[in-house]
Design a protein. Structure first.
Length: 460
């Protein structure tokens, strides 16, 4: 299951290694408890074997073995363990005890002891084997004393030690988990406070967030959010300016149209009424063109043009230019403008569905700002993987200090007398950005005017 809570993830990554540490420590503690119980058990077995060995005598060539009760009382416990012993000479003669008690793999020397585990009469036992010399006995004659006990008390003792340590570990784990929960909750309180500050903001608030007591780890997020808010503020401001400018641009032709309608209604002669109708027609054409450009600008910003081919289709730019020339031929002829086209390409495929709008706005802008009797030349060439489209005119041009602003919406050069809307180059800039192309403005070398250069990637 995927954890989406930061608090849960922190607790998991903190408690997981702690839990592993407790598990490993418990296993190590169990091993130590078994070793401690075994060591204690071996000491008792050795003590019992020594008590028995001290009571062995050698009289008249015979070993006399007396097992004192104290030797076996050492093992008294509530575990009901069984105790066995065996006393034999180094020659293998049984002197006392159980004859079938297992012998050690190696007989210990004098005063040496050997501990080993075995199975005796169906039960696991721990055996202590002690080699002992007896006074008056021959020098080469040793006595082997073995004492064995079943391992019930050993298991109880080791389990008790382990359970006690395990209980301590678990209590420590619970205590640490509580401390971690409180600590993580306290550490994340600033994050919760930041969330509440964001939720309590007014919907229209675009003020930057104050860092306040924000932890260092959250400062980059707050800075990124403030940067986003600043960009959003700029975007909203630009949108408000666009709406205000669009309203103003639409209100102007409507106001003029109202005046013209009023003048036509008050005119008494047919000539005056016809003049008013012609003026109304011009105002309507200007308003329709403005609305169409606003719609086109909106489509360019969204990167959508439902009326033409999709971006995945390759369009021949030569064909598009030819169609646009047919649309503007009459307008250029009315203004006595020499409209020409230069290209040596057989085909110029481009993957973009707004090429017609791009070329139309470039050509419309050039024709409107070129004086009567001027020249507008469109050229198309290829440079590597790029297609270069240039639209040059011999109009008044654009001062170098204003070239960076002509792509703003509704911006018009103060010295211009043309009837443009201030949206043509803004639409071109949006289309160029959407298709990953580049646009640049410059002045012709031979005369005044403007050269608009667009570099766009060619399709395969």
């Amino acid at each position: 299951m995927r954890l989406t809570s930061l608090r849960s993830q922190l607790l998991l990554w903190l408690l997981l290694p702690l839990g592993l540490f407790v598990a490993v420590s418990s296993w190590v503690t169990y091993r130590n408890a078994v070793e401690m119980a075994t060591d204690t058990h071996d000491r008792l077995l050795l003590g019992s074997a020594r008590v028995i060995a001290e009571q062995i005598r050698y009289d008249d060539g015979v070993f006399q073995v007396i097992v004192p009760p104290a030797a076996l009382e050492l093992f008294e416990s509530g575990a009901r363990d069984r105790v066995f012993y065996r006393v034999s000479s180094s020659s293998g003669q049984l002197l006392a005890g159980s004859a079938d008690l297992p012998l050690p793999a190696e007989i210990p020397g004098m005063d040496a002891v050997h501990f080993f585990s075995a199975s005796f009469r169906g039960e696991p036992v721990r055996i202590s084997a002690l080699g002992k010399s007896v006074i008056s006995a021959p020098d080469d004659e040793l006595v082997l004393v073995e004492v064995a006990q079943t391992r019930r008390a050993h298991k109880i003792f080791s389990d008790r030690i382990w359970e006690h340590a395990l209980l301590q570990y678990l209590l420590i784990l619970v205590f640490v988990a509580i401390l971690l929960l409180v600590g993580v909750r306290s550490a994340l309180s600033s994050t919760v406070a930041l969330r509440e500050r964001i939720q309590d903001r007014r919907p229209d608030s675009l003020e930057p967030l104050a860092r306040g007591n924000v932890p260092d780890e959250l400062v980059p997020m707050v800075d990124a959010m403030n940067h986003y808010v600043a960009r959003l503020d700029a975007q909203v401001a630009a949108h408000d300016r666009f709406v205000a400018n669009a309203s103003h641009q639409l209100r102007t032709p409507l106001t003029v149209l109202t005046t013209q309608v009023d003048y036509g209604l008050r005119s008494a002669t047919v000539k005056d009424k016809d003049a008013a109708l012609h003026a109304m027609e011009a105002s309507l054409q200007h308003g329709i063109r403005l609305v169409n450009q606003l719609l086109l600008l909106s489509s360019a910003q969204a990167g959508i043009d439902a009326s033409t081919a999709s971006r995945s289709d390759a369009i021949d730019l030569l064909v598009v230019i030819q169609q646009v020339f047919e649309d503007f031929a009459g307008f250029a002829q009315d203004r006595q403008i020499d409209l020409g086209f230069e290209s040596r390409l057989d085909a110029a495929p481009v993957r973009n569905g707004m090429l017609r709008d791009l070329v139309s706005n470039l050509l419309d802008n050039a024709l409107r700002y070129t004086p009567v009797g001027g020249i507008v030349t469109v050229s198309l060439a290829r440079q590597g993987a790029q297609l270069v489209l240039e639209v040059a005119d011999n109009g008044p041009g654009i001062p170098e200090q204003e070239r960076g602003r002509v792509f703003d919406r509704f911006y018009r050069i103060s010295s211009s007398q043309a009837d443009g809307t201030g949206l043509g180059l803004a639409i071109v800039a949006e289309i160029v950005a959407a298709m990953g192309a580049r646009i640049a403005l410059s002045a012709p070398l031979e005369h005044s005017g403007l050269v608009v250069r667009v570099e766009m990637p060619a399709a395969a």
